[in-house]
Design a protein around this ligand. Sequence first.
Ligand SMILES: Cc1ncc(COP(=O)(O)O)c(C=O)c1O
Length: 386
Amino acid sequence: MDSHLSPLYDIAELRRIEFPWTGDTIYLNHASVGPLPERTRLTLESFNRKRAIPHQLPDRELIAMLAESRRLAGELIGADPEEIALTINTGFGLSLAARALPLEAGDIVLASDREFPANVYPWMMLKDQGIRLELAPTTPEGWPDEEYLLHRVADSRVRVLAVSLVQFSNGYTINLARLSAAARATGTYLVVDAIQALGQVPVDIRNTPVDVLACGAQKWLLSPWGSGFVYVRRELIGELRPAITGWMAFEGTDDFTQLTQYNDTLRGDARRFELITLPYQDFAGMNASLGLLLDLRVARIANHLRTLHRPVLDWAERHDVRIVSPDGERGSGILCFAPPDVGRAFRALKAAHVVSSLREGAIRLSPHAYNTEAEMHRVVEILEGC
Ligand SMILES: Cc1ncc(COP(=O)(O)O)c(C=O)c1O
């Protein structure tokens, strides 16, 4: 933990202004769906008010809003806006990578077993082209086996390493720097599913280069369904030809007065991957949420989440309950544990208005910036009583 980032933002104020419903529910389910902060809800409302009367939303305003979305997404990960394409979910970005990377029959895509299916099926579908998805066994704890992945990346047939930055079922955070260095040394494409990371784990791809990074914004980015983005490394953009193309993916299409002057030159930036028309209202909302998260600072949020885990970790130790999530650098804001009667504990939490998830045999707690230590002590109280 980085103690230089204290003091924290004012949590009570954050709850009061942005999450006013938190008095009656303990929401610890951001790895599933993030709530919308008040500023985002209000943005959607005022956007939709204008949307009802379309001439109140001129094209130039919509175009500027999407440019702002690319800028904010870029700021979040240390990328230039030109390297960001807006997408409706994570799967779109991962499918883009699967379909557009220059792969051939005989190539292998390497992923860890137990990846979320969004990062499995697009690669499995390449079977028809003679490209094989190899699922690397996880460690006995069920975490990605980084040593094994690094060993396999050295095989020249492995052309893609596809990983989640944070695992959905245990919160394991891969050592991106290490995998990035290995992928660069061997010329393997590194594709990252970042939806369980961005917003709770700081990412700066200037320090840890990746080739493609896909992220839906509906979870830790506290944004509407239908918003998200994909980053494509600048040097790679020109090499990737999208399998499906939107009409604004081409040069010259900003000029709506000459749309039938067709020009089949794809844009030079990542907008060549965008499938316009996009759900504009959702990106208006995403902009508001990203603004909040960037103000709070993800590094601070990450620190805060580790503090929140402490009461549950102590309880687990007292009762010899298995913690499924890693600790320290490989951990994240996701905390999973497996009490002997996991179903009973899950139901007890639910009955007491604690929202969590049951995933792969464990209870998954995924708090965010506005959750409090008092809430986590309440969780312990409930667990003690069941
Ligand atoms: C690791 C991971 N990838 C992707 C998704 C979702 O993908 P999409 O945004 O395409 O719905 C989830 C959760 O729903 C996830 O946990």
